[in-house]
Design a binder for this molecule. Structure first.
Ligand SMILES: NC(=O)C1=CN([C@@H]2O[C@H](COP(=O)(O)OP(=O)(O)OC[C@H]3O[C@@H](n4cnc5c(N)ncnc54)[C@H](O)[C@@H]3O)[C@@H](O)[C@H]2O)C=CC1
Ligand SMILES: O=C(O)[C@H]1O[C@H](OP(=O)(O)OP(=O)(O)OC[C@H]2O[C@@H](n3ccc(=O)[nH]c3=O)[C@H](O)[C@@H]2O)[C@H](O)[C@@H](O)[C@@H]1O
Length: 434
C-alpha cells in the first residue's frame, strides 16, 4: 500500500521505516529540510537503535523515500499518517495542537482525491473532530477526506521493533467511514502475527493514549512516593518494590524507584489530560495526576538535596560528576531530561558540574552550554567529591569503582537502578540512595 508519514521525528521516522519493512511504499514528509536531507541520504537524524539500518534497507528496496513537499505527498498516496509534535502549550497545561492542525490543513489544501488522514500524534479527545471540521472547509468540492485516530504506544530505544510488532493497535473511526477496511489491510502482517486490534470511536481512541501514559506515570510516581515514605520510615524500597511487583496482578515493570520520568511525552500528556478534564468540568476526576506530576518533579529536587548534603551544605565551587544526560538509556534524546535538570540545578547552586553520557552529549552541550562535558565516564569522576548516577546506562554498571580517582571522601548519589552499591561502598564511597 502507498502511504505517507507526515513528520519524521522520533515517532515518524521509525514508523515510516517500520511500515516500509512490512512491504508498504512509504513517503516520509518533514517540514525541517535538515531532517529530510539526512533521511534522503540514509542517515538517521537522531540516535535510535536499528533506525539507520531500517532506513538504508527501505531505500535499497525502493520502499522508503523522503520529501519536504506536501504536493508530492498528495501524489504518492491516499492514506496519510500525521506524526508531528504535540508539546505542552506555552503558558498552559494543554497540548499545543498547532503543528497537527497545520499538517492537516496543508494536506487538505493539496489533496485532490478521496483520502484518509490518520492522526498518530498524541492528542486530546476531540482533536480529530476539529480536524474533520477544518478539512471539510478546505478540501476541494467532491473530494471526501476522512479522519481516523491511531495513537502509537512506541517506546524510544526499541521503536523499530514496536512498529513492526506493536503491543496493540487502536483505531478510532468516524461512523460509516472507509477507514477500518483500509487500515486492516495496511496492518495485515501485524494482525496475522496476533497483534490485538481495538476499533472504537475517535474520542476513545484519542483518550487511549493519554490514559496509557497517565497509568505509566502513575506507577512510577507511586513507587517513588513509597521510596520517600520508606526513607522516612526506615524501610527498604527495593525490597518493597520487589515484593509488590511479584504479584502478577501488579507486575514489576514501571516500578523502579529513582529519579522519575522524563522525556517528551509522559509529563505533557498527564498535564494535557488534566487540562482536558478541567475543560470538561471533571477536573477533580484526574486531580491525582497533578500529585503524580508533583512527586515526579520533587524527585529531581531531592537528588539535588542529597548532593548538596554530601558537600556539607555548600556546593559552591565543588567538583561534581553526573553520569547521564539522556532522559533514559539507549538513546540521545534529552527532552525533559531529569539528569540534565539536576545537573543544571547544581551548576546554578555554584558547583562545578562535569557530565558524561554515551550518546547525548552533543545535544546536552547545545541546551546546557554552562555545564562541563567529559569524553568518558571515568574521566568525568576525576577529582569529583560527589558522583550522581542519573541515567541507567549499562556502561556505568560495568565500571569498577575501584578504578576511579574521585576527590576525598567521595559520595555516590544513586538515583537509578543498575549499580552494585556494596561494591561502591567497598571501594570507599559513601552511597546515598534516592
Ligand atoms: N517520541 C516518541 O517516542 C513518541 C511520540 N509520540 C507522539 O508523536 C508525536 C511526535 O512526537 P516526536 O516524534 O517525539 O516529535 P519530534 O519532534 O521528534 O518529531 C516531529 C517531526 O515533525 C516535524 N514537523 C513539525 N511540524 C510539521 C509539519 N507541519 N509538517 C511536517 N513536519 C512537521 C518536525 O520537523 C519533526 O521532525 C507527538 O504527538 C508525541 O506525543 C507517540 C508515541 C511515541
Ligand atoms: O508517548 C510516548 O512518547 C511514549 O512514552 C513512553 O515511552 P518513552 O518516553 O520512550 O520512555 P519510557 O521507557 O516509558 O520511560 C519514560 C521515563 O520513565 C522513566 N522510568 C521508567 C520506568 C521506571 O520504572 N521508572 C522510571 O523512572 C525512564 O527513565 C524515562 O525517563 C511510553 O512508554 C510509550 O508507550 C509512549 O508511546
Amino acid at each position: 500500500m502507498n502511504i505517507t508519514v507526515i513528520g519524521t521525528g522520533r515517532l515518524g521516522a521509525p514508523y515510516a521505516a517500520g511500515m516500509a519493512s512490512l512491504g508498504h511504499h512509504v513517503l516520509g514528509v518533514d517540514a525541517n529540510p535538515d531532517t529530510v536531507a539526512a533521511l534522503q541520504t540514509g542517515k538517521a537524524p537522531f540516535a535510535e537503535p536499528g533506525l539507520a539500518e531500517a532506513i538504508t534497507n527501505g531505500a535499497a528496496t525502493g520502499h522508503l523515500t523522503f520529501t519536504g513537499s506536501y504536493a508530492e505527498a498528495a501524489r504518492h498516496a491516499t492514506v496519510h499518517f500525521i506524526a508531528v509534535p504535540t508539546p505542552q502549550r506555552t503558558g498552559s497545561n494543554h497540548h499545543d495542537l498547532s503543528d497537527v492542525y497545520a499538517a492537516a490543513d496543508t494536506l487538505a489544501g493539496v489533496i485532490d482525491k478521496n483520502s484518509l488522514i490518520v492522526v498518530k500524534s498524541s492528542v486530546p479527545a476531540g482533536t480529530c473532530d476539529q480536524i474533520a471540521t477544518r478539512i471539510a472547509q478546505r478540501a476541494p468540492s467532491g473530494v471526501r477526506i476522512e479522519v481516523a485516530a491511531s495513537p502509537d504506544f512506541m517506546r524510544e530505544g526499541c521503536s523499530i521493533a514496536d512498529v513492526r510488532r506493536p503491543s496493540r493497535i487502536v483505531l478510532g473511526v468516524q461512523p460509516g467511514g472507509a477507514a477500518e477496511p483500509i487500515l486492516r489491510d495496511l496492518w495485515a502482517p501485524c494482525l496475522a502475527d496476533g497483534v490485538p486490534l481495538v476499533v472504537t470511536d475517535l474520542k476513545t481512541a484519542e483518550l487511549c493514549k493519554l490514559a496509557a501514559n497517565a497509568f505509566l506515570a502513575t506507577r512510577i510516581s507511586f513507587v517513588n512516593a513509597l521510596a520517600m515514605f520508606s526513607d522516612a520510615a526506615g524501610a527498604n524500597i527495593d525490597d518493597l518494590a520487589e515484593v509488590i511487583g511479584r504479584d502478577t496482578r501488579i507486575g514489576r515493570h514501571y516500578l523502579a524507584p529513582g529519579l522519575g520520568f522524563g522525556g517528551s511525552c509522559l509529563s505533557k500528556d498527564i498535564r494535557g489530560f488534566v487540562a482536558l478534564a478541567t475543560d470538561l468540568g471533571v477536573g477533580h476526576s484526574l486531580e491525582f495526576l497533578t500529585a503524580v506530576d508533583d512527586i515526579n518533579q520533587a524527585r529531581r529536587g531531592q537528588a539535588v538535596d542529597l548532593a548538596v548534603k554530601a558537600l556539607g551544605g555548600d556546593p559552591d565551587g565543588q567538583p561534581i560528576a553526573v553520569w547521564g544526560a539522556a532522559f533514559k538509556p539507549g538513546i540521545d534524546d534529552i527532552r525533559d531530561s531529569p539528569a540534565l535538570d539536576v545537573a543544571a540545578c547544581l551548576h546554578e547552586a555554584g558547583a562545578h558540574v562535569t557530565v558524561y553520557d554515551p550518546l547525548a552529549i552533543s545535544h546536552a552541550r547545545v541546551e546546557h552550554p554552562e555545564l562541563t562535558y567529559a569524553t568518558d565516564a571515568v574521566a568525568a569522576v576525576d577529582g569529583a567529591r560527589v558522583l550522581l548516577h542519573l541515567t541507567a546506562w549499562s556502561e556505568f554498571a560495568a565500571i569498577d569503582p575501584a578504578t576511579l580517582t574521585p576527590g576525598p571522601i567521595p559520595t555516590l548519589v544513586d538515583a537509578r537502578p543498575g549499580l552494585d552499591r556494596d561494591l561502591w561502598r567497598a571501594a570507599g564511597w559513601t552511597v546515598s540512595v534516592l
